[in-house]
Design a protein. Structure first.
Length: 119
């Protein structure tokens, strides 16, 4: 009877370590994955999103595993649904402010003339 008790006592720390690891690492990751999958299921055309690569755009069309994303007026790209990181919650007012800062004057751009001469 004594050997069974010592075996249980020697295994108990490992069981506790595995339990703590599950609560600290695995369980939160599973919950985050579940939320992400729910978000992907709830997407609709017209929703503004941000991709894993940092591309912002508006969903034009959806299939089961692909998204057609308009990133500029008249420019639509096709990407996998899994590459969507989050729904963009910024207001439309921010987009209008960004357009004010676009400057076509390239006077602040530095061109290296030595590199151009070597071509």
């Amino acid at each position: 009877m004594e050997q069974g008790g010592s075996l249980l006592m020697s295994i108990m720390p490992w069981i506790l370590i595995l339990g703590v690891m599950w609560f600290i690492m695995i369980r939160p990751q599973q919950q985050q994955m579940k939320k992400h999958n729910e978000m992907l299921k709830e997407l609709t055309p017209g929703t503004k999103i941000i991709t894993v690569g940092g591309i912002c755009g508006k969903i034009k069309a959806l299939t089961e595993d692909k998204v057609f994303l308009e990133i500029a007026e008249g420019l639509t790209i096709e990407m996998l649904r899994a590459s969507i990181r989050q729904i963009d919650t910024d207001d439309d007012e921010d987009d209008e402010d960004e357009e004010e800062y676009i400057d076509d004057d390239d006077s602040d751009v530095y061109y290296d003339e030595e590199v151009d001469d070597k071509k």
